[in-house]
Ligand binder design. Structure first.
Ligand code: ZN
Length: 239
């Protein structure tokens, strides 16, 4: 069965900015959904303005990997939906927060830190280095690739040390950033990926699409058993 992906987008910049609409006329989620569908994943989309933000229990129960893009409306995401997503991650659903989702309620809850960082928006170049070339999320990528115009994110990025760091970014202005971070929480896998400012055509770039495709495959549940906690009887007779 193909991996079931839900691409969630807050969707506000596209409504309010002509400049953003010129890059993503049908929304950031639509572009991401299209290149994932082309890989054979079973893809649906959901946006903030839908009832329950499009993330009902039924949708989440039928989602293997949830991709999250949000920026200006993190506070409008209901705590009940955040809790529902959180429980699904602990039960094994993959989560891929993109770019400004570093400040989403769900990512902050899963990390337990501020997730704050330094930033600058002047359209400088980013060079993304693959620092773990044997990792599945680096499959098919060269030693580094560049994004011509980005919003800069700089260290310190206030997150726990990742279980695996796959990408490290350098920016023309001099900063560096841990831009591809893998985490395990409960049975779930989380991959934070930095690129994706809404005014640049970053999700149209082939290398970026390759990373997200790889990340979906990595983050999908492996059908491992759900652990049972609490008091237990011994497996062997004890004297
Ligand atoms: Zn941004």
């Amino acid at each position: 069965m193909s991996i079931r992906v839900t691409v969630w987008n807050e969707g506000r910049h596209e409504q309010r900015s002509e400049r953003v609409r010129s890059v993503y006329p049908d929304g950031i989620h639509t572009v991401i959904a299209q290149f994932l569908s082309a890989q054979g994943f079973a893809v649906r989309t959901a946006v903030l303005d839908e009832p329950e933000h499009g993330l009902t229990q039924e949708v989440l129960d039928n989602t293997d990997v949830l991709i999250w893009w949000g920026h200006m409306a993190h506070k409008e995401v209901s705590d009940a939906v955040v809790e529902r997503v959180y429980q699904r991650v602990l039960d094994g659903m993959g989560l891929i927060p993109l770019h400004s989702a570093h400040f989403s309620k769900i990512f902050k809850k899963l990390m337990g830190t501020t997730c704050n960082l330094r930033w600058r928006e002047v359209g400088e170049k980013e060079r993304i280095w693959v620092v773990e070339p044997g990792h599945p999320i680096a499959a098919g990528l060269p030693p580094y690739f560049e994004v011509p115009q980005v919003e800069m994110y700089g260290e310190r990025f206030d997150v726990p040390a990742p279980d695996t760091l796959v990408f490290m970014s350098w920016f023309a202005g001099g900063e560096v950033f841990r831009s591809g971070c893998c985490y395990h929480r409960g049975n779930g896998r989380i991959f934070y990926f930095r690129p994706g400012h809404e005014t640049y055509p970053i999700y149209h770039q082939p290398e970026i699409q390759q990373v997200i495709v790889n990340a979906v495959k990595w983050a999908a549940p492996n059908n491992g058993h759900l652990p049972v906690f609490g008091k237990v009887d011994p497996l062997e007779p004890l004297a």
